[in-house]
Design a protein around this ligand. Sequence first.
Ligand code: 5GP
Length: 349
Amino acid sequence: MRIEEDIKLGFKDVLIRPKRSILKSRSEVNLIRSFTFKYSCHQWSGIPIIAANMDTIGTFEMALSLSSFNILTAIHKYYSFDEWKVFINKSTEKTLEHVIVSIGTSDLDFLKIQKILSLSSKLKYICIDVANGYSECFVSFLKKVRDSYPNAIICAGNVVTGEMVEELILSGADIVKVGIGPGSVCTTRVKTGVGYPQLSAIIECADAAHGLNGQIISDGGCIVSGDIAKAFGGGSDFVMLGGMLSGHYECSGKIIKEHSKKFMLFYGMSSSSAMQRYSGQIKGYRASEGKIVKIPFRGNVDITMQDILGGLRSACTYVGAQKLKELTKRTTFIRVNEQENRVFNDFTY
Ligand code: 5GP
C-alpha cells in the first residue's frame, strides 16, 4: 500500500484569480477553437463543449439544437440503425459535423459503427466509451478501430491519470476522455472508493496529452459555468456536460407533473434504471453506480446554453483572455475554503 501525500483538487477547491485586461466587453471574447488532431487529417472549429452520451442527454434533438451554437453532441449508443438513417436524412451538413457517434467495446458495437459511418461522410467523430478505461481489452479495441478508421477523430476514455492518457494516445486516440467519479448522477466513488478529483485529473492528463499532440475532454463534475471555465483554465481542450444540460425539451427523460409543476427524470448510465432499460435486468454481479433524480423542467436548452456561454465569456474577460484558447495560460488558480455566498439560496424568486 502507498499513499500519495499531495492534495488533489476539485472545482470547489479553487477560484480563478482576476488579472488586468484590455478587453472592454464580453462581446470581444471568441469562444471558437480550432483543432488539428494527432491522427485524423480533419480540422475542427467550434465551441469545444460536448453534450454527454447519456441516453437522456446525447439525443438527436440535442444535436439539432446545439449544432447551431457550433457545439458538439455525443449521441448515445442506444439509437437503432433505422433511427440513425432518419436523423441523417433530415440533418444539415453542419449538424452532422457536430455529432459524435458513441460506442462501447463489443463486436456488435464495432459492426454498428461501420454501418452508421457508412451513412454519411460528414460523420467523423467516434467516441469509444467505457466506465473504466484501464483495461487491456479496451486498448485492443481502440487499436482495432484506429486501424479501420485512420482518418476518424477518435475519443477514448474514461481515465484520470497521465500514464493511461499516454497509452491511449499511443494506441490511436486523438482525444482522451478524463473523469472517474465526478458526475452529477454517478455513485462510483461511494460504491467503489475509486476516483480522482476532477481539476487535478484535468491538469495532469492535459499535460500528458499535450506532450504527445493529443487532446483531452474533461467529462463530468461541472455544476455551474464557473466550473467549465475552471476546466478550460486547467488545460482541458473540450468539456463534456451531462447534468447541466438535463431537464430540457431536447432531453429524452420522462416528464412528471406534480402540483402543476413539471419535472424530468435524469439518471446515470450505470443506474438501475438504465441497466433495466437496456439489459432488461441488473446482473447479479453488478452494483448500480448511478443515481436517478427528478429535476425541475427547464424549457429549451438554447436558453441554458446562452447562459453558460455568457458565463464563460465573462470568465475570459476577468483574466484578459480574448480567445478561449488563451484562458489556460492566463489562469492562476487560488486554493480557497469558500465559494459563493449562499445565504439567500433557499429564497430564489
Ligand atoms: P455530469 O456533467 O452530469 O456531472 O457528468 C456527466 C458524466 O457522468 C457522463 O459523461 C459520464 O461520464 C458520467 N456518468 C453518467 N452516468 C453515470 C453513471 O451511472 N455512473 C458513473 N460512474 N458515471 C456516469
